[in-house]
Design a protein around this ligand. Structure first.
Ligand code: DAH
Length: 349
């Protein structure tokens, strides 16, 4: 009987020699080690073995079983190894290969890029960047800028009042002289904050959102302004003109742009000026376009901010950011900036 074990071992070795894939290995395992497999079947012969030999027989059968199990394990490891090698050969990725050109990159919104340009230019010209709050007290937005409660100019700017805050003012935003809060209607509200916190000479600008209740092709309830303030001794309109010349020639990309002042009215400047820019358009050498407001800071505004108008004076100006970009790129409808139409936005990337 013991010799038969040797025959079984040889048969198993021969069969294993023919196994060449994982399915073959599973079949082999069933044939030799399965519940109804060769080894179980063979072990039944123990009843025919002489009792004195049974121990040897049992040990020999167990040894064969272990050897078959080991050979299965080895074969499985060999297959696994081959599989990994094939994977490494077939599925490697070249991480240094250049990206496919169908990858689509996003772009910045034209207004965001333009505001970056504005910030950069004003900083280059020596103006400090201020932020200012979008929710502002009526005092900073109107009163301190010389628009008192029943000033007709408060009607000019249709205002969003923040009722919630009116009832429950946030201390850090509100000056306690005035509890009413609004969404700022003009970035000029920054002027008083800045003059209260800093000593002249001052050069400062803010570029950001303003809010008004209006909406058509050239007006939106939210739009952007840049407001600029310079306070020093002996400031003149000539200084203002020079700065505006520089700013518009750069921002509008019109190196030979002309600046023209027209007398106007703003409560916070005296004199007040409407700023026009002139350039050549379609053969018309004398084309003028209104672009912003400006003036010499009103003495009362300096006083409201705690400065002595006998010692200091200054200029201020403000302009619409969308308007500048519309002029620069010949855009006719302001709403294009807010519609998020990809065909429009793509032209700027
Ligand atoms: N804040 C004004 C507006 O929104 C624009 C303006 C005019 C700003 C004159 C100024 C200025 O700083 O001096 O219409």
């Amino acid at each position: 009987m013991i010799e038969k074990i040797q025959e079984l071992r040889m048969a198993a070795e021969a069969a294993m020699g023919k196994v060449n894939n994982e399915q073959g290995l599973r079949d082999f395992e069933i044939v030799y080690l399965g519940k109804k497999g060769e080894l179980k079947d063979f072990a039944k012969n123990i009843s025919k073995v002489d009792p004195s030999e049974r121990k040897n027989f049992g040990q020999a059968v167990n040894a064969l079983k272990r050897d078959i199990e080991n050979s299965i394990e080895l074969k499985a490891a060999e297959f696994e190894q081959k599989k990994m090698e094939a994977l490494a050969d077939n599925e490697w990725i070249d991480i240094t290969a250049p990206a496919k050109d169908h990858m689509r990159k996003g772009g910045r919104h034209p207004l965001s890029s333009f505001i970056d340009e504005v910030n950069e230019l004003f900083t280059e010209l020596g103006f400090s960047h201020a932020d200012g709050a979008e929710i502002e007290s009526e005092w900073y937005n109107f009163t301190a800028l010389n628009l008192d409660a029943d000033h007709p100019a408060r009607e000019m700017q249709d205002t969003f009042f923040v009722e919630e805050l009116k009832a429950n003012p946030l201390k850090f935003l509100s000056d306690d002289r005035d509890l009413g809060m609004v969404l700022r209607t003009q970035t000029s509200s920054m002027q008083i904050h800045y003059m209260q916190k800093n000593k002249p000479p001052l050069r400062v600008f803010v570029a950001g959102k303003v809010f008004r209740k209006e909406s058509d092709a050239t007006h939106a309830p939210v739009f952007h302004q840049v407001d600029c303030l310079l306070v020093d001794k002996n400031v003149s309109l000539r200084n203002l003109k020079g700065v505006l010349q520089e700013i518009f020639s750069k921002l509008l990309k019109k190196p030979d742009v002309k600046i023209r002042f027209r007398l106007s009215y703003f409560p916070f400047t005296e004199p007040s000026l409407e700023v026009d820019i002139g350039f050549e358009l379609k053969g018309n050498k004398d084309y003028w376009l209104e672009i912003g407001g400006a003036g010499m800071v009103h003495p009362q505004v300096l006083k409201n901010a705690g400065l002595d108008p006998a010692e200091y004076n200054g200029f201020a100006f403000g302009m619409g950011i969308e308007r500048m970009l519309m002029i620069r790129n010949n855009i006719k409808d302001l709403r294009l900036f807010f519609d998020n139409d990809i065909r429009f936005l793509k032209q700027f990337s």
